[in-house]
Design a protein around this ligand. Structure first.
Ligand code: GLN
Length: 236
């Protein structure tokens, strides 16, 4: 009989609404880097028609266009499962539209403020210009530092409130406001780094794993580090 109770549960929220940019890569790399350390994983895909389970370990939310973003926020708010999971200490990694909707509020396509899920103290509104292109940023030292790279494509700009901390400082690109990129609060992380941000930044994947499983054995350098270095060299 297989024992599923101790598997690390990775919950991918609403792939039908929030997965415009290859966001599945984040789930795959988390599983791979956990399993290389002998940690069993389970990937739970939660469609927007389904309830969000509260007993997951790491919750992933991807990017999306304005309308699916609004729908996702409404459903997550009425479901309540993601908020309860975060309150229980689950880790959350949310990208772009996902980042905006786990905040306190975000702007619709006419910049009317709409309520978010409220698990990260950020507020987003629309910027004058669309932020599109490669982004490089330095992660907060309290999170272990390190340079991250990604691709951003968003109209929104985000103000980080007093209960949250910027995830990183931008080297190139816009992120929240041209100065900082993303935010975190406890085990909840939001970022504008798109799609497969974790394959491009394996140390960020390990940061999330460590939040749930503690110390991790180092892994030999992989194509993940090679990709990270290649994108870093291309962006700067
Ligand atoms: N609709 C949001 C914005 O433009 C998020 C877009 C996205 O996820 N790429 O700011």
């Amino acid at each position: 009989m297989s024992d599923t109770s101790s598997a690390l549960r990775i919950v991918w929220i609403y792939p039908d609404l929030l997965s415009t940019y290859g966001d599945q890569g984040n789930a795959l790399i988390l599983r791979r880097r956990a399993e290389l350390r002998g940690i069993r994983t389970e990937l739970v895909r939660v469609l927007s028609s389904d309830p969000v389970p509260v007993e997951g370990d790491i919750y992933l939310l991807g990017g999306g266009e304005d309308r699916p973003q609004i729908l996702a926020a409404e459903r997550l708010r009425s479901d309540g499962g993601l908020k309860r999971a975060a309150e229980r200490g689950a880790a959350v990694f949310a990208v772009c539209a996902g980042y905006q909707i786990i905040g306190e509020s975000y702007g619709d396509d006419a910049d009317n403020p709409l309520p978010g899920v409220g698990i990260l103290d950020v507020r987003s509104g629309r910027g004058e210009t669309r932020a599109v292109g490669e982004i490089v940023a330095d992660v907060a030292p309290e999170l272990g530092g390190g340079r991250i790279t990604g691709f951003e494509n968003h109209q929104g700009r985000t103000a980080v409130g007093p209960s949250a901390v910027p995830l990183s400082r931008t080297v190139t690109g816009i992120g929240n406001d041209g100065q900082t990129e993303g935010a975190y609060q406890g085990q909840v992380i939001g970022t504008y780094l798109h799609g497969p941000a974790l394959p491009r930044n394996p140390h960020l994947a390990d940061l999330l794993l460590r939040m749930r499983v503690g110390d991790l054995a180092p892994l030999p350098p992989s194509w993940g580090e090679a990709l990270h270095q290649e994108r870093l060299a291309a962006a700067l």
